[in-house]
Structure formats: C-alpha cells, structure tokens
Ligand binder design. Sequence first.
Ligand SMILES: Cc1cc2nc3c(=O)[nH]c(=O)nc-3n(C[C@H](O)[C@H](O)[C@H](O)COP(=O)(O)OP(=O)(O)OC[C@H]3O[C@@H](n4cnc5c(N)ncnc54)[C@H](O)[C@@H]3O)c2cc1C
Length: 268
Amino acid sequence: MWIDVSHLGAEVVERSFRGMVKRCRDFGYDLARTPVEVGPTTHFMMGGIAIDSACHTDLEGLFAAGEDTGGVHGANRLGGNGVAESTVFGGIAGDVMADWVAGRPRLRVSRSAVDAAARRVLAPLGRAQGERVYDLQSRLRGVMWDRVGLIRSGEGLKIALGEIEEIGRRAEEAAVPGGQEYNLAWQDWLNLRNQATAAWLIARSALERAESRGSHHRSDLPTPAPNLYNVYVRAEDKAGPGCGRNRCASADSARPARRPRQPPSRSD
Ligand SMILES: Cc1cc2nc3c(=O)[nH]c(=O)nc-3n(C[C@H](O)[C@H](O)[C@H](O)COP(=O)(O)OP(=O)(O)OC[C@H]3O[C@@H](n4cnc5c(N)ncnc54)[C@H](O)[C@@H]3O)c2cc1C
C-alpha cells in the first residue's frame, strides 16, 4: 500500500508536514515528491474499562481515564481526539480522586489476598526450563493480527479465543530464569499474561458484536445492526487470574447491555 501526496506540491508538503517529511527521509523516502509505502498498525484502543463521567469504575477506589477506558469515542476515534481524551478525563480523574481521598480512612486490605497475588507473580522466578516468553508473545501477536485484526469473522474469532486461552495456559509454565532484580524476562512474563487477558477481552467482545461498525469489521456480518449497543465483558465471581478465565458471568450478561447515554458532566 502506498500513499502519494505529491499532487499537493512539494513546497506545501514540506511546509505542512515537516515532521513526517523528515521521518520519511530518515527511511530513504521523499514524501513530498514520491509515493511512500505505508501499512496499517494498532493506533488506539476503542474499548476499555467502563467509567462514569467522573471516572469512577465499579471498584471502589479505582479510577480510570484515557485509553484504558471505553465508550468515549463510539466505534471509531477521530484523529486528534486521543490526546484530548486523556487530557480532559485525566484532569477530571485527578480532581475527583483528590476529593475522594481527602479525609477518607485507608481502605481495608486483605492480607491473604495480597499474599496470594504476590505468590502468583513470584511463582515463575528461577524456572529455567519451559517455553520462551518471547515465542509465546510472538504467537499472540500473530493470532491477534491474523484473526482479530482489520477484518474479523465469527469463525476466526472463535479460533483466536481458543489460541489465546492456550497461550495463557502455556504462559503459566514458561521459563523465567533469574531472580527479581532487573529481570526483563520476568517483566515480559507479567506483560504477556496481561496481554493475553486483554487479547481475550478484545476477541470475546468482537465476537459478541454481531455487526460491522466503525473500526470493527466482520466479514460474516458486514453491515451495522439497526440498534446501537455496548458490549460488556466481566469476570466471573470466582474467576482466578489469567487469560481464559474472564468469561461472561451468564448468558444474560453476555448479551450486549443497552445503557442510556450520559451527558459528560462533572460530579461536582
Ligand atoms: C503511533 C501513535 C500515534 C498517535 N497519534 C495521535 C495523534 O496524532 N493525536 C491524538 O490525539 N492521539 C494520537 N494517538 C493516541 C494517543 O497518543 C493516546 O490515545 C494517548 O496518548 C493515551 O493517553 P493515556 O494517558 O490514556 O495513555 P498512555 O499515553 O499510553 O500513558 C500510559 C502510561 O502508563 C505507563 N504505564 C503502563 N503500565 C504501567 C505500569 N504497570 N506501571 C506504571 N506505569 C505504567 C506507560 O508507560 C505510559 O506512560 C496516537 C497513538 C499512537 C500509538
């Protein structure tokens, strides 16, 4: 795929897109005068944690803003609105959190839950035998590109979910040599588990969205459904950590929830 903006005139392109012209030149291309090869890539996550207009999540004391959250842009973000979102909602979250925390006693923390979480993340340290984290990460990327990328299908998404779950299971047994100090393999192991969870949530939501809309295109369902709806995925009550266990709690919750839209407003 090639982009050709030479019809704008070299002088206009060089003046208006100085950074891009320079970046292309660094790679041996002349954007102002000749076609430049381009390719699609992941640019933005439209989905994420559900928040209200004051950045509260369903978990008391957990606030979220920016690209970690979903619902601000609908089915496709307009260019330039990503930074605007993180600036606006980041500001709101900061104000609301400061008000929320002032004068409030510390939340009670379950010692046993903290110990269990620590055991889980420390478990692989020193495991010299097993699959390489990077091989599993590369496989995860391949699955997401091939089956959950630009054009999706119900069949492909089901295959992807199976593969993601398998990668998540195998990640639990992957090799993580070394100790806790500056151990990049361990950090990437932690990342891989989170990536597998995020991948599962994306694929599961895409399967649930039985239509094509915005950046979500299903080859088996190429047109938009008549009604707008949001898709929510939540962990089962007894779900443990890791990918593949974050299932919809029931057939009911797997159905897209239809919530009235709220106008953006400050809680105060
Ligand atoms: C290539 C590219 C080009 C883009 N161009 C534009 C554009 O032109 N205009 C526009 O509006 N938007 C653009 N976007 C989107 C925009 O940059 C993002 O939507 C926006 O920056 C998201 O802000 P954020 O604060 O939510 O998240 P981020 O900017 O991703 O910030 C998250 C921060 O959390 C840190 N972090 C992650 N994990 C941990 C952890 N465990 N502990 C501590 N810190 C952690 C990260 O290092 C990062 O600093 C672009 C995105 C990409 C990828």
